[in-house]
Design a protein around this ligand. Structure first.
Ligand SMILES: Nc1ncnc2c1ncn2[C@@H]1O[C@H](COP(=O)(O)OP(=O)(O)OP(=O)(O)O)[C@@H](O)[C@H]1O
Ligand SMILES: [Mg+2]
Length: 397
């Protein structure tokens, strides 16, 4: 089999040397262009399988070179491009993705990391083709929001683990949005750094399309793709401001997601503001997460009243009782009669399983799917999927 051809476009001799050495060791056939113009030319003449593109170069910088390579390509050819940037700044990195790069890596990087990224991208671009050919099936396109009746009831825990079960267990393509704009926890729960792109980049982008959105999402090894919360509370204001000036911005993101994923799972903050009202409106189902204690029951009642006043059907709003078997003095029957409606789903209490997953950055649904908590959320996820699959079946029948 012919060796995989990698084109290195970089003006720095030292970097060229390191890259050529590392890539050859891995068995790649390596070609070098010393500036952007030569890179654009060789992208056509050489037809490489992958390009490593430096950002800062004389004549033509990496953004412009990437944009020209993309402009000259004709479908179905689309060479994977990894940007080599010295900017950890997310804005700069997004600029590269916008120009048409598929991934980026910040210098200095460890050679092993680079190789891992190259392999992931090569398998993804090959895998992407296969996926397109193999499954003509349209995405289910369902939007499921998780809303805590009170802080700390386990909303984030359930949202994350449900998303993992949907992908890993049910093979549904799934996006997970951390919509806790100010204090999103997902980077902590999933052990991710602050330097990945977030909802801020997606919502402030004027020309957002499916391709760019996908690049702004972070792939989790369990299979789902994440749209993270802003890296700090200040940038949450950018999202709210954008929502004010461009009321369609959030809807546009959600529409792209529905087209691309079977499920979009949203972990919401507790506030009731324009952003959250929009999410409620667009959701196919709102899971109100609760525990069985008095103050939570009081809040659930208020939430249900709010949902009623918004005119939502009952079936759109469903109750998930978390830590259902924890001793609180209020059992499921008591809770149901206090609320005057059924509790739709229950997730069991297992403090140690939940907290150790949290502290290790590895959700229980990926580290211990067969543990009691994993099984309990898996059951919930199966029921959720059955509900939507039944709807789709009914429409198709
Ligand atoms: N089923 C469960 N059994 C035991 N502990 C749980 C369970 N679900 C969540 N927890 C624990 O409850 C705590 C709060 O969970 P989590 O952060 O998911 O709640 P939250 O509602 O998203 O909170 P916040 O209001 O801060 O966003 C965590 O320590 C978590 O490990
Ligand atoms: Mg939370």
């Amino acid at each position: 089999m012919a060796a995989t051809k990698v084109l290195v476009v970089d003006d720095d001799l030292n970097i060229q040397r390191v890259l050529v050495f590392t890539l050859k060791q891995e068995g790649f056939e390596v070609h070098v262009a010393s500036d952007g113009e030569a890179g654009v030319e060789m992208a056509t003449s050489l037809e490489p399988d992958l390009i490593l593109m430096d950002v800062a170069m004389p004549k033509l910088d990496g953004y412009e070179a990437t944009a020209r390579i993309r402009a000259a390509e004709t479908a179905p050819r689309r060479v994977p491009i990894i940007m080599l940037t010295s900017e950890a700044d997310v804005e700069q990195r997004v600029k590269g993705l916008r120009a048409g790069a598929d991934d980026d890596i910040v210098k200095p990087f460890h050679p092993l990391e680079l190789i891992a990224r190259i392999k992931a991208l090569l398998s993804r671009s090959g895998g992407g083709e296969q996926r397109k050919q193999g499954t003509e099936r349209a995405a289910l396109g369902r939007l499921a929001c998780f809303y805590g009746a009170k802080g700390g009831v386990g909303t984030t825990t359930i949202a994350i683990n449900t998303a993992i079960a949907l992908t890993a267990r049910l093979n549904r393509s799934t996006a997970l949005i951390d919509a806790n704009l100010q204090f999103g926890d997902m980077r902590v729960f999933l052990d991710l750094g602050l330097d990945s792109s977030s909802i801020v980049n997606a919502i402030t982008e004027n020309d957002l399309d499916a391709d760019l959105l996908r690049k702004l999402m972070v792939r989790h090894h369990a299979g789902m793709e994440l749209l993270l919360a802003p890296p700090n509370p200040e940038s949450a204001d950018l999202v709210m401001e954008r929502q004010r000036t461009h009321p369609r911005a959030l809807s546009d993101i959600l529409a792209l997601m529905r087209r691309a994923y079977d499920y979009t799972v949203v972990d919401m903050a507790k506030t009731i503001d324009d952003f959250n009202l929009q999410l409620f409106d667009e959701a196919d189902v709102i899971f109100v997460v609760m525990t069985a204690d008095l103050s939570c029951l009081k809040n659930v009642r208020l939430v249900l009243e709010t949902m009623d006043s918004l005119g939502y059907e009952r079936s759109k709003v469903q109750l998930v009782l978390n830590r259902s078997n924890a001793y609180t003095g209020i059992n499921v029957d008591n809770a149901e009669s206090a609320l005057g409606r059924r509790i739709d789903y229950q997730v069991i209490n297992e403090y140690r399983g939940a907290i150790s997953a949290l502290n290790s950055g590895e959700p229980f649904m990926s580290s211990r799917p067969d543990g009691p908590l994993g099984q309990s959320v898996a059951k919930f996820t199966d029921e959720l999927d059955a509900m939507f699959a039944a709807e789709v079946g009914a429409v198709e029948a």
